[in-house]
Design a protein around this ligand. Structure first.
Ligand SMILES: NC(=O)c1ccc[n+]([C@@H]2O[C@H](COP(=O)([O-])OP(=O)(O)OC[C@H]3O[C@@H](n4cnc5c(N)ncnc54)[C@H](O)[C@@H]3O)[C@@H](O)[C@H]2O)c1
Length: 248
């Protein structure tokens, strides 16, 4: 699964799955653009790690739910790194709240960061990919976008939307651009910690056939596969590194 000559933009790459994906893509030979949300120190530390391992990387701060910031990011990247041929849209947030306590602001924030961002990012990178005649989009969804979860309605709705967007773009931009999603099960990151979730939810997350959380590397390896030509006949698919939480 070698990715020499590729330039891969990863959103939300300063931490968790995004960070592991950046390292795995760089180890496979790709140049990596590390997008972050005001996490300059973490992003630069990641860039240093990639450079130390002999790889090539760039960092760029931008809120990917904001059209203007996305457009500024793309303008900046056009002058600093080779054209983006693969996007891993990974940035996201989660919120646990009973549905009847969920405000319009909660809903709008979640849908902007977890779904509108996927639209903005795809819209930003597709023209360059079309000009080159090839491209690859990988959206990070969630198993919860397939099975739903009590107290997570906005998150589950946004991630289900990401899956719908993925399939629609796969149809619209075939045959030369592939678009797939990854719907991970529970992964050991800040998102799945006692700071961001109740003990009850964490227990539910562990109640899957493999009875453990994934290491972020186990999701990153799926992203490397989707970025590589080994997955050349995959498009419009939702891959599920999920420990058995969903069996379609
Ligand atoms: N951890 C899990 O169990 C799990 C399961 C399924 C799916 N996911 C998805 O994986 C992705 C990565 O999450 P993670 O688990 O690594 O958690 P994480 O919190 O470590 O990573 C999310 C990253 O996205 C960034 N981000 C948030 N809003 C942003 C914005 N507007 N613009 C740019 N960056 C932004 C954050 O700063 C953070 O670095 C998310 O989309 C999440 O929904 C996670």
């Amino acid at each position: 699964m070698r990715l020499e000559g590729r330039t891969i933009l990863i959103t939300g790459a300063a931490t968790g799955i995004g960070r592991a994906t950046a390292l795995a893509m760089a180890d496979a030979g790709a140049g990596v653009v590390i997008n972050h949300l005001a996490q300059e120190d973490l992003a630069l530390a990641l860039l240093d790690e990639i450079t130390l391992r002999g790889g090539r990387a760039w960092t760029i701060g931008a809120d990917v739910s904001n059209a203007q910031e996305v457009s500024q990011m793309m303008k900046h990247l056009a002058n600093t790194c080779p054209a983006i041929d693969t996007l891993v849209h990974n940035a996201g947030i989660i919120q646990e709240k009973p549905f009847l306590d969920t405000t319009e602001a909660d809903w709008d924030r979640m849908l902007a960061i977890d779904l509108k961002s996927a639209f903005l990012m795809a819209r930003a990178v597709l023209p360059g990919m079309l000009a080159k005649g090839r491209g690859n989009l990988i959206n990070i969804a969630s198993d919860l976008g397939i099975i739903g979860r009590a107290h997570f309605a906005p998150y589950c709705s946004a991630k289900a939307g990401v899956i719908g967007l993925t399939k629609s773009l796969a149809l619209e931009f075939a045959p030369h651009i592939r678009v797939n999603a990854i719907a991970p099960g529970p992964v050991a990151t800040a998102m799945l910690s006692p700071e961001s979730m109740s003990a009850q939810t964490l227990a539910l997350e562990l109640d899957i056939p493999q009875r453990r959380f994934a290491h972020p590397n186990e999701i990153a390896s799926t992203a490397v596969f989707l970025a590589s030509e080994l997955s050349g006949f995959y498009t419009g698919q939702v891959l599920g590194p999920n420990g058995g939480s969903v069996m379609p």
